[in-house]
Write a protein that binds this ligand. Sequence first.
Ligand SMILES: [Zn+2]
Length: 210
Amino acid sequence: MFRLSFFTGGIAQTNGWLLETDSAAVVFDAPEGMADWLASRDPVRASALVLTHQHFDHVLDAARIRAAYGCPVFAFAPFSRDLTLERLWGAVTGSSLAVEAFEVDEVLEGRDAVTIGGLDWQVLHIPGHSPDSICLHQAALRIVFGGDVLFLDGIGRTDFPGGSTEMLLSGIEARLLNLPDDTRVFPGHGDATTIGRERLENPFLQDGGW
Ligand SMILES: [Zn+2]
């Protein structure tokens, strides 16, 4: 019914996911190196690029992917240097990292649902790691592309500008933990997991665990 593959790259070992159906190839996040990886999978052609949030490690190849395939970019907010945190990163590391600006064709703020690649997705806005973090849930396939919200045994870090541990945990509880246990979660870093596994085992989600 669908095929899933992924690339991991860049300074933060960020995952980019490729979901292929009979009629579409949807890319979730664009870490550094993702564009070359996609090109190596020719004749696959990205039909959409979805950004779970705009931190630099998730968007460094967004402009290249959009240009290479002419595919629309979906994100919670329009492109913003404040959201990418590249300046913060530069100040901390002394690097001159610069994210190439890109157009966001479909702004998802205020939308609960969106059709991408012929599939209906629920848009779950869960701020706390970043103000613009979204998880994309496909109910029939029981899959979530989670970005940096929920990890295997972890949650997104909340020490960046606009971060909030309280908001992140309440958002995970209200929007993710109510999904079926066998819903698979494909995160922005590390290994895939399931909602049921994290509800039971994730140390951040246990009573009194935080
Ligand atoms: Zn992030």
